[in-house]
Design a protein around this ligand. Structure first.
Ligand code: CA
Length: 387
């Protein structure tokens, strides 16, 4: 009930996202989702980059090949050949993640978290409106949708406790985000301008940045997120090419003060992607990506402005997507206001995640044909901590 309706639609010829699949315990190969099937690209084309357990070899070929291949794939999909029913395949992590960076680009999320974590200061730190804040995450624990999420253990200390204790997180949370997958690398020492997004970024995935708020609150000063985030980050099995999102670009809200020139002030374009957060089968929030403060192109430009290079398989995420309204908040931390205002879902009260809870993130966007496309959803169920 949770996910069948969203997987049945939104995967027409105007979408054609890429993923990695296997059948009957066989080798992993690259495929394209079309309607209720997977197009086996190696069987259809014989191209070696598709006889691979990740998209990376294909992504490394760059935007001209991506464009040509999209045209070929469209014709192949229409032919009906080499398509395997979705029910007969196992889907895997689509990319071999190189580096993983997570931003903090929603002003509503940053304001809410600042108000809770630093109640005596300004909600936004002085740098927030001048640069897209981010941190380097743990690439090796980016996992495919459906991977169980084991409740992490660690140090936690509530403000009214004298000393930290060790044990399972009591404040396990989600962060509904969008992930951007880098295909074409850049050279060390050469920044990528805001105009370079489509030259380097192949596409987008849904992303859930699982977060242990009690571990995070105790450890994050002064160097930022660490073990409270690094235990798992889930992404969609399907990577939606940027080319499928041509109709989804919108102007973002005005940035004030005007950012520095390398962030191309006045040209901030975002994506009109709607998100749904589903907890145990019930929609609890609808965060809108179009309300983000920093644009994907600004995140990319900022991430490389010091000369740091991009590698094929790099993944950068937007940070939690929260809109201005209560029903648009992309984390349980915000929905329950730090646990002080539990909310109702599925006939009971919730603040943070309990063992057995299942979270599904769904994403949809305007497609180039006028219909909506559905990005690959992100599913995770919480399992008890392991001693
Ligand atoms: Ca995050």
């Amino acid at each position: 009930m949770v996910s069948t309706s969203s997987t049945a639609q939104g995967f027409g010829l105007d979408h054609l996202p890429y993923g990695v699949f296997s059948t009957g315990g066989g080798p992993r190969r690259v495929g394209v989702r079309f309607e209720e099937g997977v197009l086996d690209l190696f069987a259809a084309t014989g191209r070696p980059e598709f006889d691979s357990p990740s998209l990376n070899a294909f992504l490394a070929l760059g935007p001209q090949v991506w464009r040509q291949t999209r045209e070929e794939v469209r014709a192949l999909a229409e032919s009906g050949d080499h398509q395997i029913p979705l029910a007969d395949v196992v889907l895997h992590l689509p990319i071999e993640v190189a580096d993983y960076v997570d931003f903090y680009a929603s002003i509503d999320h940053a304001t809410n978290v600042g108000a809770m974590f630093r109640p005596d200061g300004d909600a936004l730190t002085p740098n927030w409106r001048h640069l897209p804040i981010g941190y380097h995450g743990r690439a090796g624990t980016v996992v495919a949708s459906g991977t169980p999420i084991v409740r992490p253990c660690g140090q936690r200390k509530a403000p009214d406790e004298a000393a930290p204790t060790f044990g399972p997180s009591r404040r396990l949370d989600i962060e509904a985000e969008l992930g951007f997958v880098v295909g074409a690398p850049s050279r060390l020492g050469e920044p990528v301008p805001t105009t370079g997004l489509a030259d380097h970024v192949f596409g987008v995935t849904g992303l859930n940045d699982w977060s242990a708020r009690d571990l995070q609150a105790w450890e994050y000063v002064p160097l930022g997120p660490f073990l409270g985030k690094s235990f798992a980050t889930s992404i969609s099995p399907w990577v939606t090419p940027l080319a499928a999102l041509d109709a989804a670009w919108v102007d973002l809200p005005e940035q004030d003060p005007e950012p520095l020139p390398y962030l191309s002030p006045g040209a901030t374009r975002g994506l009109d992607i709607d998100v749904e957060v589903v907890l145990n089968g019930e929609v609890i929030s609808r965060p809108p990506f179009r309300t983000m403060y920093w644009s994907p192109a600004q995140m990319l430009a900022h991430m490389t402005v010091n000369g740091a290079s991009l590698r094929t398989g790099d993944l950068f995420a937007s940070g939690t997507i929260s809109g201005p309204e209560h029903g648009q908040r992309g984390s349980l931390l915000e929905l329950s206001w730090g646990g002080k205002e539990p909310f109702q879902a599925g006939g009971r009260e919730h603040s943070f995640l309990e063992d057995g809870d299942e979270v599904v993130l769904r994403y949809s966007a305007p497609g180039v044909s006028g219909d909506r496309i559905t990005l690959g959803e992100v599913v995770g169920r919480v399992e008890p901590s392991r001693p």
